[in-house]
Structures are given as C-alpha cells and as structure tokens.
Design a protein around this ligand. Structure first.
Ligand SMILES: NC(=O)c1ccc[n+]([C@@H]2O[C@H](COP(=O)([O-])OP(=O)(O)OC[C@H]3O[C@@H](n4cnc5c(N)ncnc54)[C@H](O)[C@@H]3O)[C@@H](O)[C@H]2O)c1
Ligand SMILES: *[C@@H]1O[C@H](CO)[C@@H](O)[C@H](O)[C@H]1NC(C)=O
Ligand SMILES: *[C@@H]1O[C@H](CO)[C@@H](O)[C@H](O)[C@H]1NC(C)=O
Length: 456
C-alpha cells in the first residue's frame, strides 16, 4: 500500500527543485524590477529637470499659452518652492500703512478681478485663488489674470475645496480678510450640472470656513457673495433683508441660502466675523458671457435672434435690478472696511463675532425689453426678438433691491444707471473682441471726452 519510497523521494526532490527555481526566478524578478525602478526614477528626474528649465513660472503666464494649460499647468500648480512662496507673500503684502491683506477667491472671475484691482490700487495686499474652470470661456479668465498680473496681483491656480492648499496659503500669509467670490454661478445650468453647485458653493465654502476657523492664525474676517436669488418666490417689494428667503426657486439659490445658514453656524461656533452680500444682476466690462446682456450683445452683432422672456402669466415683462460692477466693487470694499475682527482662534470662540447680510443692488428694476432697446441703440443694430413665456426653471420674474441697510452701515449708494453702464460694457466688448462695426463709432463717438475706458 502507498507509493514506493523512491517515488516519494523523487517527488520531494522535484518539489524542492521547483522551489529553488521559484526562489531564483523571484530573486531575478526582484533584481530586474529594482533595476527598472532605478531607470524609471532616473528618466523621471531628467524629465522634471527638462520641464523646470523650459516651463515658465506661473506668474509669467502668457494668455497665448492657454491651450497648454490642461497638459502642463496643472501638475505644476502644486504650491511649492521658495519662488512660489515669495510671489504669494509679495502679492498679499499691503503697500500702504494700515492696508489690509485679502485672499480673494474667484479672482479670475468677473467680480473678483474688479475687486482685486480696486484693492490693489488703494494699496492693499491681494492674493487671488481661482481654479479657472471652463463653465465659460477660460481665455477670458486668463485675460483678466494677465491684467491683474500687470498690477502686481498673483492668482494661485487651485480649488477652494483643496484644504492642504488653503492651509499652505494661510501658513505663508496672515490674511486679515477673505473676499470669497469663488462659486458655481448661473441659475439654469444647475439643472444640467447640479453637483458642481454642491462642490463649490457648499463643500468648498465649508472647506474655506474650516481652515479660516481652525488653522488661520489670526482668523480672518470673511466677506462673501450670496445672491438676490435667495429671495426666490418672495413677492414683497423692494426686497429687504428682513423678507423671507426660505423659498428658493433654483438649486443655485438653495446653495446660496445654505451658505448663509452655514455662515451663521461658523460665526456662532468659532467666532468668525462673516458678511454676506446679496448681489443683484451685476454687469459691466469684463463681464460673464453666460449672462443675458452679454450674449444679447454677441447675438445682436451677429444678427442672430434673441429670446426675451415675459412672465409666466403673460402679464408683464421680466425685469432685473441691474447693478453696475463699479457700484458692486464699492459695496464689497465698504463691507471689507467695516468688517470687525473675528474673535476666535485655533477653533475656539472667545467672544461673539459680527454676522451681517446686505443687499447690493441698484434699486431700479429695468424690463429686459428696455435693456435690449439700449443695446440696439449702442450697437446701431436692430435685434431680432423672440418673445416667449419664461420657463419655470429657476429664474424669478422680478428683482428689486432695498439697499438702505448697506447705505446706513457703509455708505453704499449705486450711481450708475443701466444706459451709462451698458455704454461702458459695449465699449469694452467691441474693443476686447476687436469688433469693427457701427458700434465702435456709436459708442466711441458719443463718449468723446468722457473716459469710459475701464481699468478692469
Ligand atoms: N454676477 C452676478 O450677477 C452675480 C449675482 C449674484 C451673485 N453672484 C455671486 O458673485 C460671485 C462672483 O460672481 P461672478 O459673476 O464674478 O462669477 P464668475 O464665474 O465670473 O467668477 C467666479 C470665479 O470663481 C472660480 N471658481 C468657481 N469655483 C471654484 C472653486 N471651486 N475653486 C476655485 N475657484 C472657483 C471660477 O473659475 C470663476 O473665475 C459668485 O459667488 C456668484 O455666485 C454674482
Ligand atoms: C470637494 O469636496 C467634496 C467633499 O469632500 C468631494 O466630494 C469632491 O469630490 C471635492 N471636489 C473637488 C473638485 O475636489
Ligand atoms: C427698506 O428697508 C428698510 C429696513 O432696512 C426699511 O426701513 C424701509 O422702509 C425699506 N424701504 C422700502 C421702500 O420698503
């Protein structure tokens, strides 16, 4: 019974031999993979060396190289190195005594670029942060960036959702203020890409507040952009900060309203000083291509029909309290200048801190038809109009700001009416896009002697 002993021996031997073979091949494998690893490392080092020699630093970014951005810029946007830190420090250091030092999120955006320039011009320290997303043409964001760079404002390319980056920034610079404007804007786009509103307007905002409350030393005061859209289905007029804001009509509005509640929490628990600003349809030079005044201009110039909304019940025209960018900038600076210091540190509140909300509007709603009329006369082109009922996809029929609170607390007083503001917008538009048309003559001609050229 059983297998003969020599058979068993030979099979043992065979197993032993195959064991040896396995061991030696494993060793061989280990040795060769080590060699491969070293070779790869060497190759990577050579490549990195080549890249650093050939790739310009972020600050000297030229608008002409946008197309390279996704390939080259992002791996190199990781904050590191002495020269990166020097740029951050230089940009955020005030140039006047008692100047403030402001981290501006969304600095490559419409409102952010204007505010950054205004702060810089009066001698404050400004550091920008923007992820240059492609919600609208990123080349416009790059052009704003290069304008800011000429004025000594550095924009770090990164996401407000990136807490390591934020910690690093607060580590390098002791910002006294954060002007938080980075957000996913737009009302109708929220139906196409709802998650982008959650990551930027909620997760990103919370991330920023976490770092501001627990890591930043001292805690900065925070001024941030809410929106008139929080009034939602409110019908009391004009909209006052005392009115209901619990009936948002879009996910965008809901995330802004959520932001206001989250602000309350961080103020209450950590002593952060927080001011929310409800902007009312901001427009002007360097504006946002996704907004009606902007794409109406584009479409009218290219003789494309435009769609104008009338109210759901068909009784009237949709109207907006259009607010000129320079007025909004004054409001933002007024809010920054009257913001009290935060009271906590290291995640501990020491005393109650300031918590505020303000409307920043123009106090004079204009029907969209009238907006089109003004554009027609500025452009010297008749619009092809398509009038349809407004779909119930988030837009509200009417906005009108009561700004007496902002006027009382920091002297906010809008001074630019829609016709004057659109003239400046159209002048910028035809210049920026190099449009040769009657528009140039019309805008330029009537503007003779008036310096309507916007610095931002
Ligand atoms: N323009 C208006 O009419 C208006 C009205 C009400 C409220 N607001 C609010 O004002 C603020 C500024 O608006 P805007 O018109 O200048 O818009 P914008 O889109 O031009 O600017 C926002 C900037 O933030 C950046 N950004 C977005 N998400 C980011 C993220 N996660 N991390 C880093 N950067 C990010 C974008 O790249 C963009 O440059 C926004 O919060 C917006 O919701 C604007
Ligand atoms: C932002 O943070 C949220 C929550 O942590 C995460 O789910 C999301 O992927 C992040 N988005 C980005 C762009 O980093
Ligand atoms: C505007 O709001 C203030 C309170 O902030 C209120 O006293 C005033 O009556 C309002 N004005 C109008 C016209 O409703």
């Amino acid at each position: 019974m059983g297998s003969p002993p020599d058979t068993s021996k030979s099979s043992k031997l065979e197993r032993y031999n195959s064991y040896l073979r396995r061991v030696s091949s494993a060793k061989l494998l280990a040795i060769s993979s080590q060699l491969l690893f070293r070779a790869t490392l060497l190759a990577a080092l050579v490549l990195i060396l080549l890249f650093t020699l050939n790739h310009p630093p972020l600050s000297s970014f030229q608008p002409s190289s946008h197309s390279h951005r996704s390939l080259l810029a992002s791996p190199f946007s990781t904050p590191s190195g002495a020269s990166w830190e020097r740029q951050v420090r230089q940009s955020s250091t005030p140039r006047r005594t008692d100047g403030i030092s402001v981290l501006v999120t969304g600095a490559a955006g419409f409102v952010g670029s204007h505010c950054s320039l205004a702060l810089r011009k009066r001698g404050d320290g400004v550091l920008g942060l923007d992820n240059f997303n492609s919600y609208y043409d990123p080349s416009l964001k790059r052009a704003r960036q290069s304008l800011l760079s000429k004025h000594g404002v550095f924009i770090v390319e990164g996401d407000i959702n990136d807490s390591a980056l934020l910690k690093k920034l607060f580590d390098v610079s002791a910002f006294t203020h954060v002007l938080h404007l980075a957000a996913q804007a737009g009302v109708r786009y929220a139906m196409r890409n709802p998650q982008s509103y959650i990551s930027s307007n909620i997760a990103g905002f919370v991330n920023l507040l976490e770092v501001a409350a627990k890591v930043a030393d001292p805690q900065p005061a925070i001024v941030w952009a809410s929106s008139s859209s929080v009034y939602g289905l409110n019908t009391d007029n004009p909209f006052s900060e005392l009115h209901r804001t619990d009936r948002p009509a879009s996910l965008y509005a809901a995330t802004k309203k959520a932001g206001e509640e989250i602000a309350h929490t961080y103020n209450h628990i950590y002593g952060l000083s927080i001011t929310g600003l409800r902007f009312f349809t901001v427009y002007g030079p360097w504006g946002r291509p996704d907004m009606a005044y902007f794409f109406f201009t584009k479409d009218i110039l290219s003789r494309k029909p435009i769609t104008i909304f009338k109210t759901q019940d068909g009784s009237g025209e949709v109207a907006r309290d259009f607010t000129y960018i320079d007025d909004v900038v004054k409001g933002c600076l007024g809010a920054l200048d009257t913001a009290e210091k935060s009271t906590g540190s290291g995640g501990k509140k020491r005393a109650p801190a300031q918590l505020r909300i303000y409307n920043l509007g123009n106090t004079s709603p204009v029907p969209v038809g009238k907006l089109v009329g003004i554009l027609e006369s500025l452009l010297g082109v008749k619009a092809k109009k398509n009038v349809v009922k407004m779909p119930s996809n988030g837009d509200v029929p009417y906005t009108h700001a009561n700004v007496s609170l902002a006027e009382h607390d920091f002297g906010y007083r809008p001074t630019t009416d829609l016709a004057a503001g659109l003239r400046k917008f159209v002048k910028w538009y035809v210049g920026y896009y190099g449009i040769e048309s009657k528009a140039k003559a019309s805008v330029g001609g009537r503007n003779k002697g008036v310096d309507a050229v916007q610095s931002a």
